[in-house]
Design a protein around this ligand. Structure first.
Ligand code: ADP
Ligand code: MG
Length: 224
């Protein structure tokens, strides 16, 4: 089975002034193609730090990270940006949509960065919004959408580049429990269609919805 994410003995330290604070300790972790995995842990345990490393938004202090078989630790900022664009779809707690742009325009954004021509952009964004059940909301602004709908727009944006993995950091954290459950239903559906999903959450109930789970406590990862 193809490994999409492989963390080998990863450490991440932050500096507070001159004090070095260890946040991730000896992380060994694999996400295979087709997995639907949750990492669960309390606030401050290092979940977002790990997500930012796997998403190539930050670099480890030591250890090795392979994305789709490629070591990313020594890549330049531009090369990392290409990996993010080509291989990773991001979903965040607070949606991160542009308020002045419609759902369709928000979903088109990654394709704009990837220099995809306008017509193809539009078609792909429409298709992605169809996958998340928002065909009838394409021309709405974020302010005209519910929280659950905003998160579905964000998921469509994450899917539109056909990434190797979707990374979701507390994707239900800003939603009521019903909308949160719908977001997890959607991940389940997408996973059944072949999308590889990694969800990070503090909520055990949300984590139980995934096919595989790992637990992070105080920067250390263990199997559940
Ligand atoms: P979680 O997402 O699980 O709540 P984080 O990964 O955000 O946890 O944070 C883990 C720990 O790292 C916390 O103790 C936090 O204070 C610390 N931390 C996070 N980001 C930084 C930073 N940029 N500088 C210093 N410390 C940080
Ligand atoms: Mg966090």
């Amino acid at each position: 089975m193809k490994k999409i994410v492989e963390c080998r003995n990863i450490y991440k330290n932050y500096y507070q002034g001159k004090l070095e604070v260890p946040v991730l300790k000896s992380i060994n972790f694999v996400v295979n193609e087709g997995d639907y995995t949750a990492i669960v842990g309390p606030s401050g345990s290092g979940k977002s730090t790990l997500m930012n490393l796997i998403g190539c938004l930050d670099k480890a202090t030591s250890g090795s990270l392979l994305i789709d078989g490629r070591e990313v630790g020594s890549l330049s900022e531009n090369e990392l940006a290409d990996i993010r664009l080509e291989k990773i779809g991001f979903v965040f707690q607070n949606f991160q949509l542009l308020g002045g742009q419609t759902a369709l325009e928000n979903v088109e954004l990654p394709l704009t960065y990837a220099n995809i021509p306008r017509k193809e952009r539009r078609e792909k964004a429409q298709q992605a919004l169809g996958r998340v059940g928002l065909t009838d909301r394409m021309d709405f602004l974020p302010s005209q959408l519910s929280g659950g709908q905003k998160q579905r727009v964000a998921i469509a944006r994450a899917l539109v580049n056909n990434p190797r993995i979707v990374l979701a950091d507390e994707p239900t954290g800003a939603l009521d429990s019903r909308s949160g459950a719908q977001v997890m239903d959607l991940f389940e559906e997408l996973n059944a269609e072949g999308v590889t999903v990694l969800v990070i959450t503090h909520d055990q109930g949300i984590a139980r919805r995934a096919k595989n789970r790992a637990e992070i406590i105080d920067g250390e990862l263990g199997r559940l």
